[in-house]
Design a binder for this molecule. Structure first.
Ligand code: NAG
Ligand code: NAG
Ligand code: NAG
Length: 218
């Protein structure tokens, strides 16, 4: 049974590889389930570096979000008590032109770049407050920085992104004086960044797909 499945998988993989070499690159379907069903070798290297960086970043921050929630609040991650808390952090909206519908590449890249600049500052807050996740947060932070450099490189006018120093404390909804308040703030930041990264990953995949279509049909 196993070897038949393997053979099947191998033939499929071959098909995908040769088809995508000939035609439009077929983007792998990636589920945002948060489960790490690792071991499966879904490793046909179709993505460019920035696409895989974005994918990794999304899954890592999702993991971190759930881990912090369990560690700190001792509640199941599906507990909805915190969904009522809101915070105004960067998100990607339809108007930003990242979706296939009304695609505006430069605008989309700028939104992502600006968002990264801001989340980098919030990650420092997360690192200081959620000390047991410090190493993971640091890796996330470094990856944001690397991916951000990739995004800047692909912009026509990277200078349009001006560095803004935000006072994170003004935006966080809970007082940072109490441990509980800090923990809620960390959760909200991770939650918002997870959403931001999900859209960012889709946007990057979208940009890559458009590019490969252009090369083939123009
Ligand atoms: C959360 O998950 C637990 C365990 O899987 C389940 O028993 C519970 O019903 C879920 N609660 C909600 C609100 O989905
Ligand atoms: C979430 O946790 C709180 C506090 O323990 C509890 O009162 C509430 O019923 C839980 N909600 C869900 C949907 O599980
Ligand atoms: C970021 O990029 C630098 C330089 O290419 C590399 O050395 C480093 O390992 C990267 N960090 C992460 C977390 O990807």
């Amino acid at each position: 049974m196993d070897s038949a499945q393997h053979l099947h998988g191998f033939v499929l993989a071959l098909l995908v590889v040769s088809l995508s070499a000939l035609l439009v690159r077929a983007a792998p379907i990636v589920e945002f389930s948060g489960d790490d069903s690792s071991g499966s070798s879904r490793t046909i290297p179709l993505s460019t570096n920035w696409e895989s960086l974005a994918e990794w970043l999304h899954s890592e921050v999702l993991k971190l979000r759930d881990q912090q929630f369990r560690d700190v609040f001792n509640l199941p991650v599906n507990n909805s008590s915190f969904s009522l808390y809101t915070i105004k952090l960067p998100q990607i909206t339809v108007a930003d032109g990242c979706l296939s519908f009304e695609f505006k590449k430069e605008n989309c890249l700028r939104t992502i770049a600006v968002g990264f600049q801001e989340y980098l500052q919030y990650m420092d807050y997360v690192k200081d407050s959620y000390t047991s996740g410090k190493d993971d947060v640091e890796k996330v932070r470094d990856t944001i920085q690397n991916l951000s450099a990739d995004v800047f490189q692909r912009m026509k006018n990277p200078k349009s992104v001006t560095k803004l120093e935000i006072n994170t404390k003004d935006i966080l909804s809970h007082s940072s004086d109490s441990e509980w308040g800090q923990a809620v703030n960390v959760h909200l930041i991770l939650r918002e960044f997870t959403n931001f990264m999900e859209k960012t990953y889709l946007a990057i995949r979208n940009i890559n797909e458009r590019k490969s279509r252009k090369i083939i049909f123009v």
